[in-house]
Design a binder for this molecule. Structure first.
Ligand SMILES: *Cc1c(COP(=O)(O)O)cnc(C)c1O
Length: 417
């Protein structure tokens, strides 16, 4: 037993036997990591990345060759026409907001076909009143729920044939909901279905948490524009902030003009010295995502062995890096999050408390002892304080640290019972 971490010998033994059982799954993750590493390295080589690209710009940020190189690397990785990768995006939500405001005009209609979008988008869209929402500009919104964790094809057909839809949003990761995340195969099928009916509809993907989890990204299956955060998968735990938008050139240009200024668009935006971190982050991202996935698989199996409900199961195909543990018990959710916090490299001594976070409807408990504030590619665990008390755990910069964090969290539950 380690004197600081105080993880019992019984739990260590359970961890060993769990690891034996998940070995084939871990090997599959290695295979995906290798594939995506080749993809990233090829993008670096093809774009002749050099130390001169580490130099940043200030002020307007004209002629920042590092920024342009980063955007070309992202463009290649996603097989997109164009990429916008900027620290001026303050979060994934901001990147999604910029994309939505860039694509939609008064009287246009936005349709979500994955049910109600992520909590922080409610005020953006106007599902929850806000004087600056899309709705306040006269932009309509409709949503279609999933049925049995798949798209409601009949309803989609009905809606897109009876009225003109400008943008369809597909959120792959489940967010704070109980549905399953949407696989790339399902995305492919529904895009084909939609484009067959109306080829003009813009398909926008909320790709948060899904990058590098599989070998294929959404543009390869027909998506028009894809959006995500740099303090999740693609930042590799190194990028200090930012977001990305990739896709069709015309659409990415519209997003750039909304982010900066009409008429200046993608040409401006100082990088303020973070180019090296963005490049190093995307370089490490295939491995960091693999570590997060291994941690998720380990968590799923060991908590199942302990009798908890988990989603996904350890051997299910994964779409994102999020692991749910359905505690059905408020105290257990809180104790688990405390344990994750106490096994963090930063702020291990802090105690997470449920609080009213801006943008979220219920009180949320968040455990995160991260090098980058708010980073959720680092081991973090959170959950809204509502039945069935689900923990949403994601990340781990390395599998070993992830595993230790989970064992500490389990210890924290056991020591309090
Ligand atoms: C994390 C996330 C976002 C954006 O969150 P930020 O915290 O604003 O970066 C949006 N959609 C989904 C599905 C997410 O997981």
């Amino acid at each position: 037993m380690d004197n600081t971490l105080k993880i019992s010998d019984n739990l260590i033994a359970l961890a060993r036997s769990t690891e034996e059982k998940i070995k084939p799954i871990l090997n599959k993750i290695n295979d995906i990591e290798e594939f995506n590493s080749m993809k990233v390295l090829s993008a670096f080589i093809n774009n002749k990345i050099s130390t001169e690209h580490f130099n940043g710009s200030t002020g307007y940020g004209y002629g920042d060759i590092g920024r342009e190189a980063i955007e070309n690397v992202y463009k290649d990785i996603f097989k997109a026409e164009k990429a916008l990768v900027r620290s001026q995006f303050i979060s994934g939500t901001h990147a999604l907001t910029v994309a939505l405001f860039a694509l939609l005009r008064p009287n246009d209609t936005l349709l979500s076909i994955t049910g109600t979008p992520y909590d922080t988008l409610h005020e953006v869209i106007g599902i929850k009143d806000n004087p600056s929402s899309l709705k306040s500009y006269g932009i309509n919104y409709e949503e279609i729920d999933l049925i049995n964790n798949d798209f409601d094809y009949e309803k989609i057909k009905e809606v897109i044939t009876s009225q003109k839809i400008k943008v369809i949003e597909i959120q792959r990761s489940k967010g704070y909901s109980t549905r399953k995340s949407i696989s790339i195969d399902k995305v492919k099928e529904v895009i084909k279905f939609i484009k067959n009916i109306d080829n003009e509809i813009i398909i926008m993907i909320d790709n948060c948490y899904c990058e590098f989890v599989t070998k294929i990204e959404p543009i390869e299956v027909g998506a028009d524009i894809v959006v995500g955060s740099l303090i999740k998968n693609l930042g590799g735990g190194i990028a200090p902030n930012g977001g990305y938008i990739v896709g069709k050139e015309t659409l990415v240009n519209l997003a750039a003009e909304r982010l900066t200024v009409p008429g200046e668009g993608i040409e401006v935006g100082p990088t303020l010295g973070i180019n090296k971190q963005i490049l190093q982050g995307i370089f490490l991202a295939p491995s960091v995502v693999a570590s997060a996935l291994k941690t998720a698989v380990f968590t799923s199996k060991i908590l199942e062995e302990k009798g908890y409900k988990v989603e996904p199961k350890y051997n299910e195909e994964r779409v994102d890096i999020v692991q749910n543990i359905i505690f059905e018990d408020e105290n257990k959710l809180i104790k688990y999050c405390e344990g994750i916090q106490n096994a963090s490299p930063i702020d291990s001594f802090a105690t997470p408390y449920p609080w009213d976070m801006p943008g979220y409807d219920d009180k949320v408990i968040m455990a995160a002892g991260c090098f980058t504030s708010g980073s959720s590619i680092e081991l973090s665990c959170d959950g809204p304080l509502r039945y069935p008390y689900i923990a949403y755990q994601q990340g781990a910069l390395t599998y070993q640290y992830g595993k230790i964090g989970v064992l500490k969290a389990l210890s924290n539950i056991e020591n309090n019972n």
